[in-house]
Design a protein around this ligand. Structure first.
Ligand code: SF4
Length: 347
């Protein structure tokens, strides 16, 4: 297993063997540990000493259900503390297929306002990942989906992309890092903590992965893995929250809106209140009923990443029933809290 370091000061990269101390870490545990170990606590979040770390989970890239998740971490420009933000996509599966446990983006280019993309692929001859850098200025300022469409046209539909939009380019504190969903929509966000601004501050617009030829994830004990995979699959398929047509598949993560509101934990008007009078209108139940009216039939949610059997990701349809994608694609409770907070704040 490797740690891949990309240095944006001189656009170089380096592969390191995963240190023994990190062997039992992945995902959030690893991103936060690397930031703790390597980022000076007093550094400016948008300066050269901050680092942006990506790490897939231990079983990401295997047949384990609902494991296509990526953890992104950095010192946050929003909170000033170690931040972790998670998203579902095939991008982490592509990263894991190259046996990369963490990708660390370091440094900062001298030239401001110029953007680059890092192209990560598998070098079959040498049996390891390689990185090339290309200018990305032609995508700056474009609507995110349009930019992604152009990238897929250029590199082919099989690549996986992590990137920033206009907010990240402008270093906004609310900017996220976006990954594609299964339909190649740029809708899966690591939305918390302003990590898009950290990526933007490094002049990095996209990380494009072409996993062709990559060896895939190695299982230490295939029989034991299969036993665990079956157990987990059975549990998810039978639990009321995670089963097909269960709470998440029907209402998405926004099923929590009414629950949190009832419990007084729905941040409202800058958290001066924990209850919002309009919560039922923006709840998962309201989305389900609204889609039903507009489509004339029930619509259950879809998977944001290959292999997810919970399938909690909503789409919201126009009054004529057509798909407004890319639109809201819910992820975890924090995404909904942000939408609710901004909605309430604007009222
Ligand atoms: S569809 Fe929902 S449950 Fe499945 S990986 Fe995506 S966010 Fe998680």
């Amino acid at each position: 297993m490797w740690i891949l370091r990309i240095n944006m000061t001189d656009r170089s990269y380096r592969l390191e063997e995963l240190p023994e101390a990190y062997k039992h870490l992945a995902g959030r545990g690893l991103t936060s540990t690397i930031i703790h170990d390597e980022v000076p606590p007093t550094c400016h979040p948008l300066g050269p000493n901050n680092k942006l770390v990506f790490s897939p989970g231990f079983v990401t890239g295997t047949a384990a259900p609902t494991s296509g998740r990526i953890s992104a971490g950095a010192k946050s420009p929003l909170t000033g503390t170690i931040k972790e933000s998670n998203a579902g996509s095939e991008w982490p599966q592509a990263l894991a297929s190259m046996r990369i446990r963490a990708l660390v983006v370091e440094g900062q280019p001298q030239e401001k306002g110029k953007f680059w993309m890092a192209l990560l692929s598998w070098d079959k001859a040498n049996g390891k990942p390689v990185v090339a850098f290309e200018p990305a200025d032609e995508y700056v300022g474009l609507p995110t989906q349009e930019a992604y469409n152009r990238l897929f046209a250029r590199f082919g539909n099989r690549v996986s992309i992590a990137g920033i939009g206009v907010a990240g380019e402008r270093l906004y504190g609310n900017s996220g890092i976006v990954f594609q969903d299964i339909q190649r929509r740029a809708t899966r966000y690591s939305g918390r903590g302003g990590l898009g601004a950290v990526m933007g501050s490094k002049g990095l617009k996209y990380i494009v992965i072409n996993r062709e030829g990559a060896p895939g994830v190695q299982l230490a004990d295939e029989a034991l893995f299969e036993e665990g995979r079956k157990k987990l699959t059975d549990a998810l398929r039978t639990h009321n929250v995670t089963k097909p047509k269960g709470a998440l598949n029907t209402y998405g993560t926004a099923v929590l809106i009414n629950i949190m509101n009832e419990a007084g934990g729905l941040p409202t008007r800058n958290f001066s209140s924990g209850r919002f009078e309009g919560a039922p209108n923006i709840s998962g139940e309201a989305i389900f009923e609204g889609n039903k009216q507009r489509l004339g039939k029930e619509l259950y949610n879809h998977a944001c990443s290959p292999g997810c059997i919970i399938q909690c990701s909503n789409t919201w349809h126009k009054p004529d029933g057509s798909d407004t994608s890319p639109v809201w694609s819910t992820n975890h409770p924090g995404h909904w809290v942000r939408i609710v907070v901004s909605t309430i704040w604007m009222m």
